[in-house]
Design a protein around this ligand. Structure first.
Ligand SMILES: [Zn+2]
Length: 416
């Protein structure tokens, strides 16, 4: 009863707040143009989880929109929101995390683990509460799991720089709060290899702007690079007993999957990017070995030097930036029951047909998109929009119409 009531209130406030943020002055009445980063530890197992505040940081520049502050997508397995002292929602964002993925693996039935991540908001001018919610598996609705009061005058909020990594603009479209700020972060590059990283970043930017819809939306982007220096080249390959001392502690073999390359401590990625404004973090890992990962509003990450570097990069960015789901269904993934067939998944490019109207029924009726069974790691009960798509295979010519629309909507969200 209480849960339902709070959800209804949340939705009502949500609508009101969206309207009140139609002008820049609303932003400036609540926030400075700086950024607050909260480092949060999520801990638990398959049935329980808790989250704990580790530290807070004041960073130079907010890169997100100053008008679109309360998200309307409803994407993500988690959500965090900022409430002012009267309980008005003044910011919200959905996200996924590696911890959430781990909770769906068999290991989480018997083991308790903890993982860290960073969550950013515009720096508040007055006291606020930052509240984290998780999506309830049974009904798909969010319930609060933790609330952290933030006093902007708290002396424990660190304004110190955690590193001296050089950063620069690789491609400039305009002011950060009116553009999608994508940042490429170096991983496994030594100081001698930084010129290679700059070249690799240019190559990756080229991959992005050669592919629709990014090609047509080029002027809506800024691309930053962060030259995070590693002591040693490459990355960890645990099953080959290969270890490298790197800036972001990335590793293959995440959850025992050979090609699943991640940086398990996401706060290291966010800390590396702390001196630049950003909307999307992307880690380029200096390796020839095939692998990558992309987690919504967390980060994308993949290998620098492989014949499929372009395809994998654009695919992983589809997850991490646009919240797209995987359209493939035969693979070695370790997840169990990733999707509940009695619920509509939140990813815009997958449907169980429980609520097809909320997805691409309009495009389907016009014959612009299809309905193909198999997707989201399951061969039955989940449907995708096209026979092939960048979110299904590396051989597809590009994104399907549904993914294309979802990417465009996400770009629009950041540039208003
Ligand atoms: Zn697609």
């Amino acid at each position: 009863m209480n849960k339902l009531k709070s959800i209804i209130i949340y939705l009502v406030i949500n609508t009101i707040t969206v309207i009140s943020f139609s002008q820049d002055k609303s932003f400036d009445s609540y926030f400075t143009r700086e950024r607050l980063r909260l480092d949060i530890i999520f801990a638990g197992d398959q049935s329980n989880q808790h989250c704990f505040l580790e530290a807070m940081y004041r960073e130079p520049e907010w890169g997100g929109s100053t008008t679109n502050l309360v998200e309307e997508f409803g994407y993500g397995e988690y959500n965090y929101r900022v409430e002012d002292k009267n309980g008005n929602i003044i910011f919200s964002k959905g996200f996924n995390s590696l911890f959430q993925e781990w909770r769906t693996t068999p290991e989480a039935k018997t083991l308790k683990r903890a993982m860290k991540g960073s969550y950013v908001i515009p720096f508040p001018k007055a006291g606020v509460n930052v509240i984290f919610s998780e999506r309830n598996k049974a009904d798909g609705l969010f319930r609060d799991i933790a609330s952290f009061p933030v006093d902007p005058n708290d002396n424990s909020i660190s304004a110190g720089k955690t590193h001296d990594f050089a950063s620069s603009l690789l491609y400039e479209g305009g002011k950060p709060y009116q553009k999608v700020d994508l940042v490429f972060i170096a991983e496994g590059y030594t100081s001698e290899q930084m010129s290679k990283f700059r070249e690799d970043s240019k190559r990756f930017a080229g991959y992005l702007f050669e592919m629709e819809p990014y090609k047509s939306r080029k002027s809506d982007f800024n691309i930053w690079i962060v030259e995070s220096v590693s002591d040693e080249s490459g990355t960890d390959i645990p099953h080959q007993d290969t270890w490298a001392r790197t800036a972001l502690s990335s590793t293959f073999y995440t959850f025992g999957i050979d090609r699943y390359l991640t940086a398990p401590d996401q706060s290291k990625v966010a800390a590396a990017a702390s001196q630049v404004p950003y909307d999307a973090l992307y880690v380029i890992v200096n390796t020839e070995k095939y692998g990558g990962g992309g987690i919504y509003n967390f980060y994308g990450l993949s290998m620098s030097d492989h014949k499929l570097s372009a395809e994998v990069f654009v695919h992983e960015l589809g997850h991490s930036f646009a919240g797209l789901g995987d359209e493939y269904f035969s693979s070695e993934v370790a997840y169990e029951d990733f999707y509940d067939l009695n619920r509509e998944p939140w990813e815009p490019n997958l449907t169980t047909k429980i609520d097809f109207r909320s997805k691409w029924e309009d495009l389907f009726k016009k014959g612009e998109a299809g309905l193909f069974e198999g997707g989201g790691y399951m061969s039955k009960g989940i449907f995708r929009p096209a026979a092939d798509c960048r979110m299904k295979s590396n051989t597809s010519s590009g994104f399907c119409p549904v993914c294309t629309r979802a990417i465009n909507i996400m770009i629009d969200n950041y540039i208003k």
